[in-house]
Design a protein around this ligand. Structure first.
Ligand code: PMT
Length: 416
């Protein structure tokens, strides 16, 4: 079943009587686990107030393009930070316009950016869906039909419309779908099916190498990157197993989670789970060294100096890449400098298919941050995935891996 958990939905509302259903739609999306921000056109504000939408979404409500205050600053007592339109478009995992009026559809089909909502739809790199709502004659008008066809060709998703009695008293096509159906279709936007039926094993988070029963060596990995990859792989239809070091994150939906602490435990869990998997992605920040002999009781402060003897941990990624047959193996490289060169060195040293290099040790990306950027280094070349929320970045990485697997399958068929 498709899921909205942790999805950021930008809900566009245009001028139409069906806008009275918008609060219910916000509620349904939030019940599914999504975070929802509303954008109203000028005409929409004639049918529904920003205050109502702010109350049901618990998020800023936006109406204005450029420079003007977001409505949220009025309705939420100035708590919300002003956001540029590009930043708002980038925030969204999907844009859903419901209701979408005939006028809005026409403006969008022309590629206009004359208000905030059309601008956001143009600027979004996320899927955009429209749920038309209008009089049946307006819907059937060839101008509307040709505009809808243009949008469909441009890759927009069409939710409905439904057929039946209309607010104007007429009967026919043009009714907005019910909020429950729009919420279900919105969840479906994230289901790519690109890894349908494949097994994917992912590592995430830090490891914990015990020094004594209460102290250990660890690092700042939050697990966000690896958990986002697990969620994206599940959305792509894979059977996903996530081997996680200690994190504060909830288990992703439809993912089998195995929780471990040390690098050795992670190694053992990976080798128990990886057989038969087609993809292995090592996003965990695994300790390279562990104390040789952890103390069995708490170490007391006795002398001025304390020396810990450390020993290398097993290299999980390299050991999986050396299996026969080996899954498509993706490693990460967390680098404070020379990302591409270091990633290339790790690609060769660990004999993997792809290394996703990321810059760490800088604010707002890498360890702990919500956003990240990746440099995908392969024997055949380099692909840059620019800085974006880890949830989106994970989908882009999974899409890239799916393309590589599809190409491989094509080559195998050609040889056969
Ligand atoms: O968890 P977040 O807060 O979201 O942060 C994400 C991240 C920065 C941790 C992630 O994007 C990342 O870069 N993960 C890999 C971190 C790391 O340990 O990189 P490395 O360059 O030290 O290791 C190279 C690769 O070998 C990694 O895929 C690592 O998982 C793997 N490895 C390393 C050592 C070891 N003993 N076994 C391994 O499998």
């Amino acid at each position: 079943m498709a899921t909205l958990v942790n999805k950021r939905i930008l809900l566009g509302i245009t001028g139409g009587i069906a806008a009275y259903k918008s609060p219910d739609l916000v509620r349904r999306l939030r019940e599914g686990g999504a975070e929802v921000r509303c954008v109203l056109t000028r005409a929409a504000a004639e049918f529904i107030t920003p205050l109502t939408l702010h109350a049901v979404s618990d998020q800023p409500v936006y109406q204005n393009l450029f420079g003007e205050q977001p409505t949220s600053e009025v309705v939420s007592g100035g708590e919300a930070k002003a956001m540029e339109h590009i930043e708002l478009a980038r925030w969204a995992d999907a844009v859903v316009v419901a209701p979408a009026s005939a006028d809005f559809i026409a403006r969008l089909a022309q590629g206009r950016a004359d208000d905030l909502l059309t601008t956001l739809c143009l600027a979004a790199d996320a899927p955009v869906a429209i749920a038309p709502a209008m009089n049946q004659q307006m819907w059937q008008n060839p101008a509307t039909q040709s505009n809808v066809e243009t949008l469909r060709r441009n890759g927009l998703h069409l939710f409905g419309p439904g057929d039946g009695s209309q607010a104007c008293g007429e009967v026919g096509p043009g009714r907005m779908l019910e909020p429950v159906d729009i919420a279900r279709l919105t969840a479906g936007l994230f289901e790519s099916g690109e890894l349908e039926g494949l097994g994917v094993v992912i590592t995430a988070g830090p490891t914990w190498e015990a020094i004594d029963p209460v102290r250990g060596i660890t690092n700042k990995s939050s697990g966000k990157m690896g958990y986002a990859i697990a969620a994206a792989a599940a959305e792509a239809g894979a059977r996903v197993t996530l081997i996680s070091g200690p994190t504060a994150l909830a288990d992703p939906d439809r993912v089998k989670v195995v929780r471990v602490a040390s690098a050795q435990e992670m190694y053992d869990a990976v080798h128990t789970q990886v057989h038969g998997a087609q993809v292995f992605i090592a996003a965990a920040a695994v300790a390279d060294y562990r104390p040789v002999a952890p103390a069995t009781t708490k170490i007391k402060k006795k002398s001025e100096h304390l020396t810990l003897e450390l020993v290398r941990t097993p290299d999980i990624l390299a050991s999986v890449a050396a299996l026969t047959p080996a899954p498509f193996a993706v490693g990460f490289a967390a680098e404070t400098e020379n990302v591409e060169a270091n990633a290339r060195t790790k690609l060769a040293a660990k004999k993997v298919d792809l290394i996703a290099g990321n810059l760490v040790g800088v604010p707002d990306r890498g360890f702990e941050a919500e956003d990240n950027g990746l440099l995908l280094v392969e024997a055949t070349g380099v692909t840059e995935l620019p800085i974006q929320p880890k949830t989106k970045l994970a989908r882009a990485l999974i899409h890239h891996v799916a393309q590589r697997l599809a190409a491989r399958r094509g080559q195998t068929r050609e040889r056969a």
